[in-house]
Design a binder for this molecule. Sequence first.
Ligand code: GTP
Ligand code: MG
Length: 365
Amino acid sequence: MPGGYVPVADKISIIIPTYNEKDNIAPLLSRVAQALSGYSYEILIVDDGSRDGTVEAASDLASRYPVRVIVRCDERGLATAVVHGLKSATGDIIGVMDADLQHPPEVIPALIKAIREGADMVVASRYIEGGGCPHWGLSRKIISRVALVISHLLLPSTRPVKDPLSGFFMFRRRNLAKAKLKPIGYKISLEVMLTGRFQNVVEVPYIFEDRSAGKSKLNPRQQIDYLRHLFSLMARTGELGMLLKFMAVGLSGVVVNEGVYWLLTRFGGLAAYDYLAVVIGIEVSIITNFILNDTFTFAKRRRGKSFMGRLLKFNLICLAGAAIQWGLFMLFTRVFGVYDLLSNFIGIVVAFLWNYFVNRNWTWR
Ligand SMILES: Nc1nc2c(ncn2[C@@H]2O[C@H](COP(=O)(O)OP(=O)(O)OP(=O)(O)O)[C@@H](O)[C@H]2O)c(=O)[nH]1
Ligand SMILES: [Mg+2]
């Protein structure tokens, strides 16, 4: 257990990372305390050396609310601050939320209820009915949606959750006992969800409020950190391994494709029917690729699905991939006048991504 603490069953620890949030502290603590009255709880503020008096504002209120303030001086970052707070949290139920009141504390009892009713983790969600971000401009909405689609695509186990990137969530700490948390950037919910043992993740809607006071710490660097974090999670959850295996199998398919063509045209009597030999080469390599992917790349993902169903899906997806490659080749060479080898290469890359992600999310989901 991190920090050697023995967590107290059913006690709630709310971890709040802060950086320059002085004017939000008093209303935040008052609303959290109001929402949690009657519960056994503690609030942990994890501050990264704010210079605006956030720490003093929180410490001054420690006599009125069960709040502890932890100051980190050597590190910065929202997600690692939460991991730091977790080490000294004493509750068995852990909640995480922002300090700027964009996460309305009044939602906390609904999160606790879901946990007590059996959820391992509960996410306050902007993207289910009853939730939303009415104050966001178009560009923020688009960035958030794109980030969501990428997470669902690259980490398919997040797909059942509509808002896996929410910074407002709660979970039972025991489900995280064996996890090695190594987050990068902002998305601590993803790190928790994918490294812990969470079978039953529930969502509760909430409206993402406007910032009450203080300034946003969002910047373009976080988008890079998000991609680095996704890559790290892909490596740690086995997704990257599957992608690399799929790539190796694809290369073996090139050898099969060429080999079948060579055999048929040189020894199989199809010398005058090379257009037919090409088609047979493609189909044979699709089938050998399927067998290798089914027994090697996605061996652990076959359960409960029919062999013929998987073969059919794979075949269709790969034929569509070939059509995409051909279409892009024609588009780039004929319309944009791009060098033919480069056009073909672009087609190969896009078709590979199509083949991998559609197969991963459909054939072997
Ligand atoms: N400890 C710590 N907290 C941070 C850091 N960066 C941000 N936070 C806190 O994390 C929470 C979320 O940060 P925000 O800047 O509000 O991010 P956001 O909600 O995505 O962006 P806005 O909608 O623009 O507010 C707030 O409570 C911040 O004070 C950091 O480096 N360290
Ligand atoms: Mg905020």
